[in-house]
Design a protein around this ligand. Sequence first.
Ligand SMILES: *[C@@H]1O[C@H](CO)[C@@H](O)[C@H](O)[C@H]1NC(C)=O
Ligand SMILES: *[C@@H]1O[C@H](CO)[C@@H](O)[C@H](O)[C@H]1NC(C)=O
Ligand SMILES: *[C@@H]1O[C@H](CO)[C@@H](O)[C@H](O)[C@H]1NC(C)=O
Ligand SMILES: *[C@@H]1O[C@H](CO)[C@@H](O)[C@H](O)[C@H]1NC(C)=O
Ligand SMILES: *[C@@H]1O[C@H](CO)[C@@H](O)[C@H](O)[C@H]1NC(C)=O
Length: 433
Amino acid sequence: MLYLPHIVFGAAWLFAEASASVVHRPRSHLERSNSKAANTSGKAIYIITNDAQANSVVAIPIASDGSLLVDQGSSTATGAAGLSGLTADGAPAGPDSLFSQSAITLADHSAAGSFIFAVNPGNNSVSMLAIDAQDPAKLSLVGEPVVFPGQFPNTVAASPKNNMVCVGMTGAESGVSCATYSLTQGIQANTVDALRPLALTPAQTTPPVGPVNTVSQVFFSEDQRTLYATVKGDGNSTTGFLASYPVMSAKSACGASARSVAAAGTTSSPNGTAVLFGAAPIKVAGRAKKSADMLFVTDASFGAAVLSVDKKTGVASTVGRGVVSGQKATCWAVISPATNTAFVTDVASDRLVEMSLTDASIIGAGPIELSNGDPGLIDLRAAGQFLYALSPGNGTGEAAVTVVDAVKRQQVQHASLASLGLAASAQGMAILA
Ligand SMILES: *[C@@H]1O[C@H](CO)[C@@H](O)[C@H](O)[C@H]1NC(C)=O
Ligand SMILES: *[C@@H]1O[C@H](CO)[C@@H](O)[C@H](O)[C@H]1NC(C)=O
Ligand SMILES: *[C@@H]1O[C@H](CO)[C@@H](O)[C@H](O)[C@H]1NC(C)=O
Ligand SMILES: *[C@@H]1O[C@H](CO)[C@@H](O)[C@H](O)[C@H]1NC(C)=O
Ligand SMILES: *[C@@H]1O[C@H](CO)[C@@H](O)[C@H](O)[C@H]1NC(C)=O
């Protein structure tokens, strides 16, 4: 397998006792009950080209029936450069040029608008763009791209509650750094904080050699009080981990509260995980949410897991593991609001697998096979009952997004995006719901 030589035949020995107990079970009534979210469609999706000359954000509006309006799409330069990671044999990686989930993210500031943050791996910077309130395909830069410490930013998280953006770096100096942002002036360069190192063993190069032994994703918890980072082991002798950093609040002399992310975090390697990749925070109701965050996280070495993170200690433990049979690299995850289940993709399989948010067991009769000619799928997002999954192509096939009805479990559109300048280096997806 070209992209993931170590994962595919490595790691198996780590899980000699892997859960033979995972059963395919029917979806319960509760898991299906979110009817309010169904039949509302999103407004647009956003993907970065990660082009080494001029990185751009491609925006594609969504029609009321959930389909993509490719001919109304746009491309907006981020003002800085992309850069692809390298495969083990030294070639530019692609698909999965950044070995990450969330290379682009969206911050919803309700009436004040929605904003996009996109990494520029070639310039160690992040760009902020505003989405026009009338036209979701019209983007404009807010301020200049801002440089963060470390090299090769490949994942970005935004917290509208804290006006804070955090970026994960996976080059020669790897780690996480954060800054605050203003809706009118952009990311505030003078607030960029020191790199919180994330240990990669051995240390990476710039650009990094992946996909294993890299930073996977930075993201905020559902309540935006914790910043998380997933980090991949090498699929062989090192084990990946989850890092957690509490968001701190300090009152200034005049009573205003200033937020920052703690300089030191907690790392833990939940039992049975090794190559943690894409994550989605699970909404938890009632009292339970005070004591733990629940996370759905893929693991490229076997499938996905549901993790529980103790809010006091930041330590993660495994609640359930779902082994996806025949998988090559299950890396990206999203939760559908219509089904209240997770859907995961694999860079080497043209299919979606639906999994439980309770224990990561596989739901339904099995994978949703697409058979549309894509070699595999990477980043995906959800709005209403629809899922949008990116296949950047592999240099020969064209970049495309497949639109899938999550409730009916069937493809509704396979849209080529080559006309918008997307190719093998394309990565990340944000959605305006
Ligand atoms: C870790 O998981 C394995 C199976 O995957 C299980 O046998 C073992 O008891 C677990 N250990 C802990 C400490 O939970
Ligand atoms: C919801 O959308 C589906 C198309 O995906 C359509 O068949 C159905 O009629 C819609 N239902 C309502 C109530 O609009
Ligand atoms: C961004 O990176 C490119 C490619 O390395 C370089 O030519 C350019 O000068 C950089 N721009 C900035 C603003 O650093
Ligand atoms: C796995 O790790 C061992 C010990 O560190 C090393 O000798 C071996 O080359 C590694 N195998 C792969 C496929 O990386
Ligand atoms: C690229 O993907 C196509 C299917 O879309 C496949 O036929 C071809 O073999 C792939 N090429 C490589 C180099 O993986």
